[in-house]
Unconditional design. Structure first.
Length: 301
């Protein structure tokens, strides 16, 4: 947040954004993050709320003396599908409270279970966790697998277990303390948010038709989107329905372990529109891509 607020230095009328952040307005936090990423390049001018027809854009940016590019920022909240998926994860992970022994369990799901399948998981987990040693059990209907004691309590390891790498969401619950056996349950499930086209349709109409336009989408509440949405946007661009959109920046990130210790790093994906009336300026694509380079490098290592 400190770095993002520093990126507002010298930007006229930034007090409005700062006041929204003070009020803990989650939607307002996306704009400083977007401006921080755009200003990853040096000597970039920012103007908040420039007019576009009868409305105001979120902001516009340019190199000193260059062409303005208009930017719309959106920060999707949790979708109903995500909320349902989170409920599934929570119901399984919370079983850890009632199993009074030291163990670790990973529940690896290939898809979201139906209600009866979920009830089956909830019924089998306690008995499975009361076994000793390293164990594995396949779930019915090729739903997934249970892994017992594959790691130490508190050490949640993300392993695809030989399966094809796919977007997944997860949750873990752990019990530690002098009065309780140390244990945890981690649940991971294949999942991807499918709202990409909806956001493109909604935000494209906010951009001018006579200048470059960029849509920036904060994806911290859209699980799996960093991997799935970029190719979906590329497919949408081929339909040539949104030629006022020069490109899209998906931005998120989080706290990761780096060679210098824990750090909070931005993640970015920048699909561009080959059919746009105005191409995304090279300086901007470079800045946005470079901002996410370390996150990508750490993720591959």
């Amino acid at each position: 947040m400190g770095e993002q607020l520093a990126a507002l230095e010298g930007v006229a009328r930034s007090e409005r954004l700062i006041e929204k952040i003070r009020r803990h307005d989650i939607s307002a936090e996306a704009e400083p993050a977007a401006i921080y990423l755009v200003r990853y390049a040096k000597d970039i001018e920012i103007e908040l709320e420039p007019p576009v027809g009868e409305r105001l854009a979120d902001f516009r940016a340019r190199e000193k003396g260059g062409t303005w590019i208009y930017v719309e920022v959106t920060f999707p909240d949790w979708s109903k599908a995500t909320e349902r998926a989170q409920t599934v994860l929570r119901r399984v992970a919370e079983l850890v409270h009632g199993i009074k022994k030291a163990f670790t369990l990973e529940v690896f799901l290939r898809r979201e279970p139906e209600e009866e399948e979920l009830k089956g998981i909830l019924a089998v987990v306690p008995d499975f966790c009361n076994q000793e040693g390293v164990q594995r059990q396949d779930l019915l209907n090729n739903l997934g697998m249970l892994f017992l004691n594959n790691s130490a309590p508190g050490a949640v390891i993300t392993d695809d277990h030989g399966e094809e790498p796919r977007p997944r969401i997860g949750m873990a619950r752990a019990i530690v303390g002098s009065d309780e056996p140390h244990r945890h349950i981690a649940v991971r499930m294949t999942y991807s948010d499918q709202r990409a086209a909806t956001f493109l349709d909604a935000e494209a109409g906010q951009l001018p038709k006579d200048a470059p336009g960029l849509i920036m989408i904060g994806i911290s509440r859209a699980p799996g989107s960093s991997r799935v949405w970029a190719p979906l946007f590329a497919d949408q661009f081929e339909l040539q329905l949104h030629n006022q959109v020069s490109g899209i920046c998906l931005f998120g990130g989080g706290q990761v372990l780096t060679p210098r210790g824990m750090a909070r790093l931005p993640e970015t994906k920048v699909p561009t529109n080959p059919h746009a009336k105005f191409a995304l300026p090279p300086w901007l694509k470079t800045a946005l891509t470079d901002a996410g380079t370390e996150f990508d490098r750490v993720g591959r290592s």
